[in-house]
Design a protein around this ligand. Structure first.
Ligand SMILES: C[S@@+](CC[C@H](N)C(=O)[O-])C[C@H]1O[C@@H](n2cnc3c(N)ncnc32)[C@H](O)[C@@H]1O
Length: 202
């Protein structure tokens, strides 16, 4: 366990990424190839920026990245916009004012863990629901969605909502995600039902 942690931690350091979490996104990209050159991408829970850095490498200078986090940080590319906000306060209009539609919405958001498993799970699921709602409000029809969520009692309801919204939905556990971690990733492609307000539209 420790070995895996050290391996990805060191690798991230060597490759110039601020966090080891980048390999979770890299693995998903290697398997699914959803991020493309020129894409407009929304990165939720982006600080300290390893996913953002990798996304910018893939989308290139013709792409656009909007990175959101409650923690302040500076954009590190011309085609990157940072929004410092609590996601619960973020409206689709805030994003649509920057880009008309997003090709991918990724979320690595995680609540500050309390050690209380059930509470941490519920907070994680609430963040994942918000990420899903935003994706359905600002995503292009062929939008991809890659979202971290902690497993627990409310995970099946979240998965059902994702399945109702996207044509294809898979649950992924990247190798670089620690086996003891309750985190799991939901990957969806092609929006079939858009969201307005808090509910799903037909
Ligand atoms: C695991 S870190 C993200 C790491 C990032 N993907 C990277 O690779 O560098 C989770 C992030 O979620 C953010 N976060 C948690 N709750 C949030 C909220 N309500 N609104 C916005 N960001 C939030 C945290 O501030 C934290 O930076």
């Amino acid at each position: 366990m420790k070995k895996v942690q050290d391996h990805y931690f060191k690798k991230a350091k060597q490759e110039g990424y601020p966090a080891r979490s980048v390999y979770k996104l890299k693995e998903a990209q290697a398997a699914r190839g959803f991020l493309k050159k020129g894409d407009t991408v929304l990165d939720l829970g982006a600080y300290p920026g390893s996913w953002s850095k990798y996304i910018l490498e893939v989308i290139g200078p013709s792409g656009r990245l909007v990175a959101v986090d409650i923690t302040p940080f500076r954009p590190f590319a011309k085609n990157m916009v940072v929004i410092q906000k609590d996601i619960t306060q973020l409206a689709p209009q805030d994003l649509l004012a920057i880009a008309p539609k997003f090709d991918s919405v990724v979320s690595d958001m995680a609540p500050k863990t309390t050690g209380h498993k059930a509470l941490d799970h519920l907070r994680s699921v609430a963040l994942a629901h918000k990420a899903l709602e935003l994706a359905l409000a600002v995503g292009a029809v062929n939008c991809a969605f890659f979202c971290k969520v902690f497993q627990g009692s409310d995970f099946p309801a979240f998965l059902s909502k994702a399945k109702a919204a996207f044509r294809t939905v898979n649950v992924l556990k990247p190798k670089s995600s620690r086996s003891e971690s309750v985190e799991i990733f939901v990957f969806g492609t092609e929006i079939k039902r858009r969201i307005r307000g808090r509910g799903l539209e037909d």
